[in-house]
Design a protein around this ligand. Structure first.
Ligand SMILES: Nc1nc2c(ncn2[C@@H]2O[C@H](COP(=O)(O)OP(=O)(O)OP(=O)(O)O)[C@@H](O)[C@H]2O)c(=O)[nH]1
Length: 291
């Protein structure tokens, strides 16, 4: 969510991890960010100049962010090598800060390449940072939940919802809306618009989705909620091992099986092409007769 505090939260996490003597490996994947308030180990801006991309490809800001990320994704195996390099002491956490626009990261080919590259070598979870004060309107809340839902179903990775800025607005209303439809319906009671009615229906559909989520309230500014967030990360790691990895293995098998069938089909087609070509050629005795 743009402006929800992702970068500030990264800074908070980085400082928390140094305090507990488990320093993280920090990646900045946002080419357009003006200032990074933590010390990134890898910074997309060191290799890609977003302003030049705008000029060179004649793009607007979002197009240039997407193109920069695409260019970076082509070399992402090098980043993965850095993240997985043996170290003493070994790395416990790799944190990546992404561009804020959901369509740029979650729904782009480069976003998928980057997330899958991580998930094939490291236990991976997605953290969706929400701006709690900007979720207090039920329909804005619902629109954020739908975005989160789309991330979950696109990546299939464990997803953590972080309700940030709890120093400004407490997250209790949101956590309650996720657990109890009646309170969410009540919040929408006075609203008879079509959008409100859609939000009501969606909240029923999202019941299963909410059950698959971990949601915590934090303040990136004060640090409140960080311990609870770290416990949610531990649980997400267990979920990754328990659910994502077997699913990945199953998908790999399905892909292998699909490739095997395609190869067999290709062989059948080759045989048929050869048979057709053969039937057009004169047989050897016929050729001798003509001679
Ligand atoms: N009060 C309060 N403000 C916060 C908190 N976290 C971030 N902010 C403020 O929210 C604004 C946006 O924070 P950023 O960290 O830049 O947000 P972002 O999500 O990285 O922004 P984009 O990358 O542009 O989408 C800044 O003014 C931060 O100081 C918080 O926990 N409490």
């Amino acid at each position: 969510m743009a402006g929800s505090g992702k970068t500030t939260f990264m800074q908070r996490l980085a400082s928390h991890l140094s305090t507990i003597k488990k320093p993280g490996y920090l990646l900045n994947l946002d080419p357009a960010v003006a200032k990074v308030p933590y010390n990134p180990n890898v910074d997309i801006r060191d290799t890609i100049n977003y302003k030049n991309v705008m000029k060179e490809y004649n793009l607007g800001p979002n197009g240039a962010i997407l193109t920069s990320l695409n260019l970076f994704a082509t070399r992402f195996d090098q980043v993965i090598d850095l993240c997985t390099k043996e170290r003493d002491p070994p790395l416990d956490y790799v944190l990546a800060d992404t561009p804020g626009q959901i369509e740029i990261f979650t729904w782009s080919a480069s976003g998928a390449i980057i997330t899958e590259a991580f998930a094939t070598v490291l236990p991976t979870a997605i953290v969706f940072v929400l701006d709690t004060p900007r979720c207090t309107a039920p329909q804005t809340f619902m629109s954020n939940m739908l975005q989160a839902c789309s991330i979950l179903y696109k990546t299939r990775l464990p997803l953590l919802l972080v309700f940030n800025k709890i120093d400004v607005a407490r997250p209790d209303f949101a956590l309650e809306w996720m657990q109890d439809f009646d309170t969410f319906f009540e919040a929408l009671r006075a609203d008879t618009s079509y959008a409100a009615s859609l939000s009501r229906s969606m909240s029923l559909v999202l019941e299963k989705f909410y059950m698959n989520l971990r949601a915590v309230g934090v303040s990136a500014i004060t640090g409140e909620g960080i311990d609870e967030f770290m416990r949610a990360v531990d649980a997400a790691r267990e979920e990754f091992d328990r659910e994502y990895l077997p699913d990945l293995e199953r998908r790999k098998q399905v892909d292998l099986e699909k490739k095997r069938r395609e190869m067999e089909m290709e062989r059948v087609q080759e045989d048929m092409r050869a048979a057709r070509a053969g039937s057009r050629q004169p047989t050897i005795p016929e050729a001798e007769e003509e001679a």
